[in-house]
Design a protein. Structure first.
Length: 153
């Protein structure tokens, strides 16, 4: 499972010119789900997201988490995060999980975030969406749940 996390001052998502999700200060999370991802990946990524310290403290250092600022999260499903562009010019999405597997894990990730008492807004899984982001910094972090299997040296 892969998350591209953008620190934002506000963000919204529209479908057919109608706003379906809106947040203030917090994160926009573009969430990709891979074929072999499972429930543990969703929990790992949600815990990392909630505790990621990329908001500034009083000294201007990135040292404050989403939980500490009582920030919000806008979660957008994005299978294209698992594109493979090694061959040819058209990306392959063979590593991305099929919707019947991906949607329950997307929902699980959101549920785990809510267990931290985080306000979560979403797009609509599988829909064509227009995401409006006011990136703060800009700060963009990528977290991959495969990291949980690697040792820290």
């Amino acid at each position: 499972m892969r998350a591209v996390i953008q620190r934002v001052s506000q963000a919204s998502v529209e479908i057919d010119d109608k706003v379906v999700g809106r947040i203030g200060n917090g994160f926009v999370v573009l969430l990709g789900i891979m074929t072999q991802d499972d429930e543990k990946d969703a929990e790992y990524l949600a815990t990392k997201t909630a505790n990621l310290r990329i908001f500034e403290d009083d000294d201007g250092k990135m040292n404050v988490s989403l939980l500490e600022i009582e920030g919000e999260v806008l979660v957008i499903s994005q299978f294209t995060l698992y594109s493979d562009t090694r061959k040819g010019r058209r990306p392959s999405f063979i590593k991305a999980a099929q919707p019947e597997k991906a949607e329950p894990l997307y929902t699980s990730y959101i549920s785990y975030l809510k267990k931290f008492n985080i306000k979560v807004a979403t797009g609509v899984f599988g829909a064509m969406m227009m995401v409006n982001i006011q990136n703060n910094g800009p700060v963009t972090i990528i977290i991959d749940s495969e990291e949980r299997h690697r040792s820290r040296k």
